[in-house]
Design a protein around this ligand. Structure first.
Ligand code: GDP
Ligand code: MG
Length: 437
């Protein structure tokens, strides 16, 4: 990953004590490449590295800090700054607080409306009402009702009315009557920016005067995301950005580009299709993710929420004693399944995402994994190192799977053990401590 590269690039400079033009050039080239890889637009990446260079050159290197480490820190701080510096939440001071969703069709507005309602209800003790203003597709209204049912939040809709302005105004009246303190208005989008959509949302915006207008954008659309953000911002002057589909391999460079083009904070990110796949946007963590340092902090928080404490303590002991085996692996899989997408989680661990890339893990694969583990003997499960080719053949036969699958599982197991070790190593100690209370 990038921080390792930076360290290496500066290895030879130990003791030089100062960052100079010459020794910084190669490293900044790496930084720029990492940014471009993460889908940051070219100009932003170039401006960024120029700025870092200006800051870095001539800085005295503290004795405790290597030049490489100092540069990493400058890069990370600048990147954090570029993405908005501090965390910015949503303003909830209205009575009721009206929140308007905007964005293209398929960007994730309806899904995010549900996630936000659920987040405000469960984490902020709010009493939200969802409003269906996508009047063009009956299926869209239905979709919001399904979401509402899932999270136990009422959905206001008017099936016979196709005027979103009227619906949203009526909904706010309804919310006041019923004592809802947050009103989340989901709107229609189109496949591309067009005048009709813009006029409609601008009219709704004018009529309901939302306290928060949020622009929802699919992080996977890369450079297009920036242009769409610009178009919506010109019409709505929105208050914040929601970056969805930040799961899997998307590295989130769009976050940087959008921020630098429209200069509005990114407030939340969506990391999956489920209702709890929502995270507050932390610029510094995103900077780490883009730089390939891994979003360990997010990982810790998510793991913390759902990890069985006792299990964690048990596993911790086993790892320490090198006794982590397939039975533990099995129970880890169960934990991971509870936490959500395996790839999400792996992507957050420094160094693990590349290694895991060729090891595709799908929900369905768990069934086969379980079958394979079940056809191992207890000794094999607790001491995987004894599993040789002969044993593998027997295990494969017993599970009714191919030997390659057994090999793959062994590989996954290795990766997992390494990950667990890593979490216990420097920097990961806190995680295990936090997990076990
Ligand atoms: P809308 O047209 O803007 O209302 O978009 P939807 O909320 O209907 O979402 C479009 C598709 O994207 C649906 O299939 C969602 O399940 C999916 N989706 C939304 N948010 C996320 C996310 O954060 N991650 C992933 N992987 N899928 C998402
Ligand atoms: Mg929708």
């Amino acid at each position: 990953n990038l921080s390792e590269k930076l360290d290496k690039a500066f290895h030879v400079l130990k003791g030089h004590g100062k960052i100079t033009e010459v020794n910084v050039a190669d490293t900044l080239k790496e930084v720029r490449r990492a940014l471009l890889d993460a889908d940051v637009n070219f100009k932003t990446a170039k401006d960024f590295t120029t700025k870092v260079k200006e800051k870095a050159i001539g800085q005295d290197v503290l004795t405790t800090l290597q030049p490489g480490q100092l540069l990493v820190k400058i890069v990370k701080d600048e990147l954090t700054e570029l993405m908005g510096g501090d965390v910015s939440g949503v303003n909830l001071s209205g009575n009721p607080t009206v929140i308007l969703m905007s964005g293209l069709q398929g960007s994730g507005k309806t899904t995010f409306s549900g996630k936000l309602a659920n987040f405000l209800k469960t984490k902020k003790n709010k009493n939200p009402l969802l409003v269906a203003c996508d009047v063009y597709r009956p299926a869209a209204i239905n979709q919001l009702h399904i979401v509402g049912d899932q999270i136990g939040v009422e959905v206001y809709s008017e099936l016979a009315n196709n005027n979103p302005v009227e619906i949203s105004v009526n909904a706010i009246k309804y919310a006041k009557e019923k004592g809802y303190n947050v009103v989340i208005v989901d709107t229609a989008g189109r496949l591309a920016v067009d005048e009709e959509m813009m006029t409609e949302i601008a009219n709704v915006h004018k009529a309901i005067q939302p306290l928060e207008t949020l622009f929802v954008v699919d992080a996977m659309t890369g450079q297009d995301a920036v242009n769409t953000a610009k178009a919506f911002n010109e019409r709505l002057n929105f208050d914040g950005v929601i970056l969805t589909k930040l799961d899997g391999d998307t590295r989130g460079g769009a976050a940087i580009s959008i921020k630098s083009v429209v200069n509005k904070p990114i407030k939340f990110v969506g990391t999956g299709e489920k209702m709890d796949a929502i995270d507050v946007f932390y610029p510094s963590r995103m900077a780490e993710r883009i730089l390939g340092m891994g979003d360990v902090v997010s990982l810790v928080e998510r793991a913390q929420e759902q990890f069985n404490e006792e299990e964690a303590r048990k596993i911790q002991k086993k790892i320490a004693k090198n006794e982590f085996g397939f039975d533990d692996f099995l129970s880890q899989i169960q934990q991971v399944k509870k936490m959500g997408n395996m790839k999400d989680l792996v992507g957050m661990i420094p160094g693990a995402s590349k290694a895991m890339k060729d090891v595709e893990i799908e929900d369905d694969a768990f069934k086969h994994i379980e079958a394979i583990i079940h056809s191992m003997t207890p000794t094999e499960r607790s001491k995987p190192s004894i599993i040789d080719v002969k044993r593998k053949t027997r295990i494969a036969k017993g599970a009714g799977r191919k030997i390659e699958e057994v090999n793959q599982l062994m590989k996954q197991f290795d990766q997992m053990s390494k990950m667990m070790k890593m979490m216990q190593g420097p920097g990961g100690k806190n995680m295990m401590k936090m997990m076990s209370g």
